[in-house]
Design a protein. Structure first.
Length: 134
């Protein structure tokens, strides 16, 4: 899936680095799923629950962020950083990960959000470093 960026570098190395970053976040007990998505809605890498359609998940993540970016700009709140959708069963967190990617994190409803957000921040930095080499 990494080839969606059209890189000529070591695709396997990049995939491995992204997998390592995502697995680090996924190890938090409150984190149910993690994905790295292009801002245009194409999946780059994912650890999603069985039965999830990665293409739909990626498209929805990009749509959420696009709408959130427009809302932040229109309301004079500055640059988009993160969107959190809270539902009965959990939260869907979409976070910018550089200029070309997003980190999607799905967490339990009763998550320790401080710990989760710290993990997301760390993972975003790792993703930015990995993708900057592309």
């Amino acid at each position: 899936m990494i080839s969606a960026f059209g890189s000529e570098g070591s695709v396997h190395s990049i995939e491995g680095q992204l997998a390592t970053a995502m697995e680090g976040l996924r190890r938090l007990s409150d984190v149910l799923a993690v994905a790295v998505v292009r801002r245009d809605g194409l999946m780059i890498s994912q650890i999603l629950p069985r039965g999830s359609d990665p293409r739909k998940v990626a498209a929805m993540c990009a749509a959420l962020v696009g709408t959130s970016e427009l809302a932040a700009a229109e309301l004079g709140q500055g640059r988009f950083l993160q969107s959190i959708v809270e539902a009965e069963e959990g939260k869907v967190i979409s976070t910018g990960a550089g200029e070309r990617a997003l980190l999607l994190t799905i967490v339990r409803a009763d998550s320790n959000m401080g710990l989760v957000l710290l993990g997301i921040e760390r993972t975003v930095r790792e993703i930015e470093v990995v993708l900057s080499g592309m």
